[in-house]
Write a protein that binds this ligand. Structure first.
Ligand code: S3P
Length: 446
């Protein structure tokens, strides 16, 4: 689904609250993409409950249909996939459009790279601006071939899958679950063992879910923060049940809102607590946040818990660079929390933020600056001077980035003056019910 930038939907948020209630944010985006893709590469039936029905994931569902899988919605958030088996994708009749989603596009590139087919990959203006070379490099080593590409391998591009994919040992140049997952998904079709080594561990949902679908995959520590993952190729993947837990990256917005709006008390059910995704919770707790965890349980290797969050006085902290992979999507909203804290917060090693849905390092600094917060970018670090309150009154430019829109709206709920965003349309990519859910907790938007 591609949005037109000419029809923007602005919105303003203003001092509200206290926020109170119990909510379940939508299903995890990373797990939703993977459940559809692995279901499509399996033999038999996969049933998914709690799927995120956001535009990013719906585009992945459409791409799986275009590649030959049967994908059907059987009820609210309930989906069924009948797969084609490993390396069984059919040639798609038209270009695959991933809209705003880097994850959908890059993971499907990996899956297509192991099949003897040709597919055109495309997306919206934001996705067309993002680097794809980092994915194409290992896939070409495995035998796939990209047609003529723009600088940096940017979309649209044609990918010719390998007739005889070869397994490789690949060291990812940056901590990226998308690169790792693309190599592993291509490796499914290769004979022998495909190995990925990452210096900093990135989210491991692909590994956990491959195991759940019957693959032989082993992950061991590598160095002080890394992993070495070995996948035996050409397994018979069998359809499976997948229960998608609530997305911690979506919960991040109402969690920070509950912390900064005085008197708030909000409970979140079924939030995924995979340790490779909980960097924000660790950081907020260090800042003094009252976040209680209960009802800890797990499904298909993914832990989840209920979180109770109460408004808290926050103080500035230093966030080390090695924490970045476990909270890579949460820095925008952490910067909002840091603006309301007392003292300076230094977030280190944020170079990857520059290649997300927008240049999030610049966009975060701009969001804070227009609302009267002192902020500085020093190399790859972001430094926010918290003064216990935020003047607000700014207009925030969304840059086709859902997380900028939601972060700015959260900021407005506790700022002295309202905060306006130019466009809320992209929120639908990851959290379609964000605005009504926030209103149900007491947030005031107009
Ligand atoms: C994702 C990985 C992350 C993250 C993205 C989802 C995934 O990207 O930013 O929103 O599902 O694999 P990188 O691992 O490339 O940093």
């Amino acid at each position: 689904m591609t949005h037109s930038t000419s029809t923007q939907t602005p919105l303003e948020s203003r001092a509200s609250g206290p926020l109170a209630g119990k909510v379940r944010v939508p299903g995890d985006k990373s797990i939703s993409h993977r459940a559809l893709i692995l279901g499509a590469l399996s033999v038999g039936e996969t049933r998914i409950s709690g799927l995120l029905e956001g535009e990013d994931v719906l585009n992945t569902a459409k791409s799986m249909q275009a590649l030959g899988a049967q994908v059907e919605r059987t009820g609210p958030f309930a989906w069924q996939v009948r797969g084609v088996g490993v390396a069984g994708f059919a040639q798609p009749a038209s270009p695959l459009d991933f809209g705003n989603s880097g994850t959908g596009c890059r993971l499907v590139m990996g899956a297509v790279a192991g099949c003897p087919i040709t597919a055109v990959f495309d997306g919206d203006a934001s996705l067309r601006s993002r680097p794809m070379r980092r994915i194409l490099d290992p896939l070409e080593l495995m035998g796939a071939k990209a047609g003529e590409t723009k600088e940096g391998g940017r979309l649209p591009l044609t990918l010719h899958g390998a007739r005889d994919p070869v397994p490789i040992l690949y060291r990812t140049p940056v901590a990226s679950a998308q690169i790792k997952s693309a190599v592993l998904l291509a490796g499914l079709a290769a004979p022998g063992v495909t190995t990925v080594i990452e210096q900093e561990a990135s989210r491991d949902h692909t590994e956990l879910m491959l195991k759940h679908f019957g693959a032989d995959i082993v992950s061991v520590r590598e160095g002080s923060h890394g992993r070495k993952i070995a996948l035996t190729g050409q397994p018979e993947l069998h359809g499976a049940e997948v229960v998608v837990p609530a997305d911690p990256s979506s919960a991040a917005f109402p969690i920070v809102a509950a912390l900064i709006v005085e008197g708030s008390d909000v409970t979140f059910s079924d939030v995924m607590t995979n340790p490779l995704r909980t960097g924000l919770l660790t950081t907020l707790r260090q800042m003094g946040a009252a976040i209680e965890e209960s009802e800890v349980r797990g499904d298909a290797g993914e832990p989840m818990a209920r979180l109770r969050v109460r408004a808290s006085k926050l103080r500035g902290v230093e966030v080390p660079p090695e924490r970045a992979p476990s909270m890579i999507d949460e820095y925008l909203v952490l910067a909002v929390a840091a603006s309301f804290a007392e003292g300076t917060t230094i977030m280190r090693g944020l170079q990857e933020l520059r290649v997300k849905e927008s240049d999030r390092l610049e966009a975060t600094a701009d969001m804070l600056r227009v609302n009267g917060v002192r902020v500085e970018i020093a190399g790859d670090d972001l430094i926010v001077e918290g003064r216990g309150h935020v003047p607000g009154g700014g207009l925030v430019v969304t840059h086709m980035d859902h997380r900028i829109a939601m972060s700015a709206l959260v900021m407005g709920l506790a700022a002295d003056k309202p905060v306006k965003v130019d466009d809320t349309a992209f929120i639908a990519t990851s959290f379609p019910d964000f605005i009504p859910m926030m209103r149900s907790l007491g947030a005031e938007f107009s």
